[in-house]
Design a protein around this ligand. Structure first.
Ligand code: FES
Length: 152
């Protein structure tokens, strides 16, 4: 059976019906057509599906959508778009930090959460914050440079 779900996504109030065990990621991608968050492992281990919940980075593949009732969810789309890029998005583009790009949603959202709580992190703090976000292409150096650029 379906249950009513009310939440805010990128500043918009959403009312939909969801199954009890539907992960937030599937609601975002399938019901709301927000494809910034990616489906990677589906197990909470890679970070590709990261969104912000009340400003905190969270893995939307393992969070039941009903668990975020009444909360404010921000996806990559909520940071900025082509015409109004968020400084973190701009920095990742300028440093050409993407190879395949699949991890970048998680890298950018985790960076945004990091800079919100610590506006000038050290390299060590950046590495620590992003250590749970997996990148198979090995563009870690470019990603580190992008975060450093976003700080300035
Ligand atoms: Fe959610 Fe990998 S898809 S952590």
């Amino acid at each position: 059976t379906e249950h009513p779900l009310m939440l805010s996504v990128n500043g918009e109030n959403i009312h939909i019906q969801v199954m009890a065990d539907t992960p937030l990621l599937l609601v975002l991608r399938n019901d709301l057509a927000l494809n910034g968050p990616k489906y990677g492992c589906g197990l909470g281990e890679c970070g590709a599906c990261t969104v912000l919940i009340d400003g905190i980075a969270a893995r939307s593949c393992v969070i039941p959508a009903l668990g975020v009732t009444g909360r404010a969810v921000t996806t990559l789309e909520g940071l900025g778009d082509r015409d109004h890029l968020h400084p973190v998005q701009r920095a990742f583009i300028e440093e050409q930090a993407a190879q395949c790009g699949y991890c970048l949603n998680g890298m950018i959202m985790t960076t945004k959460a990091l800079l919100d709580r610590n506006p000038s992190p050290s390299d060590r703090e950046i590495r620590q914050a992003l250590s749970g976000n997996l990148c198979r292409c090995g563009t870690h150096i470019e990603i580190l440079r992008a975060v450093q650029r976003a700080i300035i």
